[in-house]
Design a protein around this ligand. Sequence first.
Ligand code: ASP
Length: 460
Amino acid sequence: MIDIFKGYKGDAVEILKKFNIRVWGDAEIKTTRGDFSGIILPRSENDDDKHIVLKLVTGYNVGIDVGTITDMKEIGYKEAHYKIPEKEFPFTEGQPKVKLFGTGGTIASRLDYRTGAVIPAFSPGELYGAVPELADICNLETEKLFAVFSENMGPEQYKTLAIAIGKEIEKGIDGIIIGHGTDTLHHTAAALSFMIQDPPIPIILVGSQRSSDRPSSDAALNLMHAATAAAKSDIAEVMVCMFGPTSDEYGLLHQGTRVRKMHSSYRSTFRTIGDTPIATVTRDKITPIKLNYNRRRNDKKVKILPYFEDKVALLYYYPNMQSDMIYSLIDNGYKGIVIAGTGLGHVNKPLYPAIKKCQKLGIPIYMTVQTLWGYVHMFVYDTGRDLMNYGIIPTENMLPEVAFVKLSWALGQTEDMDKVRDLMMTPIADDITKREPYNGYLIYQGGIPEVEEFIKKVHK
Ligand code: ASP
């Protein structure tokens, strides 16, 4: 059955039997795509039978296509059991009441070693069993709204979340936490910043880069920080709460419109762009860095504006981009385009005719910068001036994803392009700021001890 160029033809169970390898066995696997070693995990009910799931030493699980396997060997065996002990979440008189909405992502998942599936752990009982410290911070209620990885979040989920949060605010909750996958956390944070305006309480989005079955998981600490911020801070903004430095010294609270995932695997992946983070947070203390945030209020007033137009595109410009990219958006009925341009906000000349066509048809195009830090300046070079003549609107220092979300939100509520422009260019939650503090770029992002250590090594 083995053809060393093509691998194994049968299914996962057959191949394990053939090579005498047990589930929970520590295995070395040779494949046409390279060699792997790790623990063979039991298969989840939903997995197909053509893959073996292996837990690598790094803690990541990988699926190996049995069709690529050329040889396997068991070098050890240790059965594992894993179950979060469920305990009733205690209610403490006088503590702030916080609502946690689960949407999915790594923070909501742990590996179920009985089935090998990554499953959500979000009942209050499970959360208390896993992170009992939460009970010292607040009285927690939980509700699982979705159980998706964050690439599957979108307009419908944003709207459902905004409406559910509005209802909780009306009922008098003291703070909101949203558990969310980290990959698109900043999209949802931007969407909620526009859909939930003037909230009287903190609204905290939190995720984790590493699931709770890994020793280096950031799930528990991020949750504790988020709970502290939601229950005790006086910052009534939509914020993202994630690891600050690479050590677990403190978390950072980032404005929902100024934050971005900047590293694919570090726990300290979220960074405020174009500003400083709003505050640092530990399990018992919030230390503001910025002072011009909206303060917590006692009323239950909030504006919920759950709008979103699906036909909006974010175009990341690259040299030699062809105009058919823009023509195809026109042909497919797109109603608005955001471009992430080069430098101060540029694209090449071959795109000009397509851009002019958008202008003629009334399809708005907004310009942002790929550099992320800094402002669009379209008066400096001919290119910028030409593009503005063809109707492209510079968006100051709005981040590309934020401009994309904001344009979708604006076009979702009106077809009047002057109104859309007003909505776009009026800052709502620091999506546009007057200036970018230079020290935002340099510091306050949690990397200081590492930077100092590094500099000490090279600069003796
Ligand atoms: N892929 C996951 C998600 O975004 C990653 C995470 O949660 O960190 O849903």
